[in-house]
Write a new protein. Structure first.
Length: 198
């Protein structure tokens, strides 16, 4: 943007760019109207979940930091797209696309701000801190809620089996035993309904 101080111009350019997240459609449906959610909606919802449910983390976490992590964790989907958990895409290919996207998108910001958010994104991806493990747990748990509210959601579409689902979202338990216990109940209910195969 011409005529603006460099720092402000970079920040506004970043904010304009991340608006594209509203156009990235996910396989998960909204809980109440069944419409496919976009990644911006997902990020907002999981950020609120992180704030509200922080007391259920396995370790003490900073709920505000978890929310910040969840707000930015999928910004890379602007370039890399969303690939459903059960979609069968090669994870290595997606990881390479997301790394390149993170460099580009966070690189739009002033250096120290971009580096801070990029480091936070890496922390989330690595899941080595208590905050990141809990944020990952929330990110994996939210689609389970959505699928239960939507007649199995994407599970029947992808012919999901319980063992594969437990393996793919098992990280929930690393962040929150309480949410993992709820996830097990969701798996039981989904299996009883025929949405998840044995």
């Amino acid at each position: 943007m011409n005529g603006l101080p460099t720092r402000l111009g970079q920040q506004l350019q970043f904010l304009v760019e991340i608006d594209h997240l509203k156009s990235v459609v996910r396989a998960t449906r909204n809980l109440h109207n069944g419409a496919l959610e976009n990644t911006a909606e997902h990020s907002w919802y999981v950020a609120l979940m992180g704030l509200m449910l922080a007391e259920h983390a396995n370790e003490p976490v900073d709920g505000a930091r978890v929310a910040q992590m969840l707000l930015i964790h999928d910004l890379v989907e602007i370039d890399a797209g969303d690939h459903p958990l059960h979609g069968g895409h090669p994870p290595a290919d997606q990881a390479d696309k997301e790394i390149a996207a993170a460099v580009r998108i966070f690189g739009l910001l002033p250096d120290e701000q971009g580096q801070t958010l990029h480091a936070l994104w890496h922390e989330f991806e690595a899941a080595e801190s208590a905050d990141a493990r809990f944020a990952k747990a929330i990110d994996r748990f939210q689609p389970l809620m959505a699928n239960m509210a939507n007649g199995g959601g994407s599970w029947p579409q992808y012919d999901v089996h319980r063992a594969q689902l437990e393996h793919r979202v098992g990280g929930i338990g690393q962040g929150s035993d309480a949410l993992w216990a709820v996830a097990q109940r969701i798996f039981d209910a989904g299996q009883a309904q025929g949405w998840i195969k044995a």
